[in-house]
Ligand binder design. Structure first.
Ligand SMILES: [Zn+2]
Length: 135
């Protein structure tokens, strides 16, 4: 079957960490939570796009990941306050630090996905690259 003209939706590609250009190839070679370090593919296994667009490109992902961390921690602080009403700072520090460690693989992965899908000028979905490989 020829799916050359079928365009793939954006959200499943973002949630599953697919390539921003073809929305088919995986960006990451390893699962999000495992005992081994996360490994990102150098190029898209489907369309061959190089994910690191220029040297130091993923430094920008650190800023995205920082913004995600701040948003998560502020949300968590409000939730802790509403649920416990505690004014003991150690309650906040312990819960927020544990959550920061648990969420760090998630932030690492989705900061890079958001960077490539939304924050990179000139990088767009190209439906013609998502068809089945020729040859
Ligand atoms: Zn691709």
């Amino acid at each position: 079957m020829n799916n050359q003209n079928k365009s793939l939706p954006a959200w499943p590609a973002i949630v599953h960490g697919k390539c921003p250009r073809c929305r088919r190839g995986d960006m990451f070679a390893t699962p999000m939570y495992s005992f081994k370090a996360q490994v990102m593919n150098k190029t898209c296994p489907h369309c061959g796009m190089v994910f690191e667009r220029e040297p130091g490109y993923f430094y920008v992902a650190m800023l995205v990941s920082y913004a995600m961390f701040v948003a998560e921690m502020v949300t968590l602080a409000v939730v802790i306050h509403v649920l416990t009403g505690s004014s003991n700072p150690w309650v906040y520090v312990l819960i927020i630090m544990s959550a920061g460690i648990i969420l760090s693989p998630f932030n690492f992965r989705y900061s890079r996905i958001m960077l490539l899908h939304w924050l990179t000028p000139g990088l767009h979905y190209q439906p013609e690259t998502s068809g089945d490989k020729q040859i």
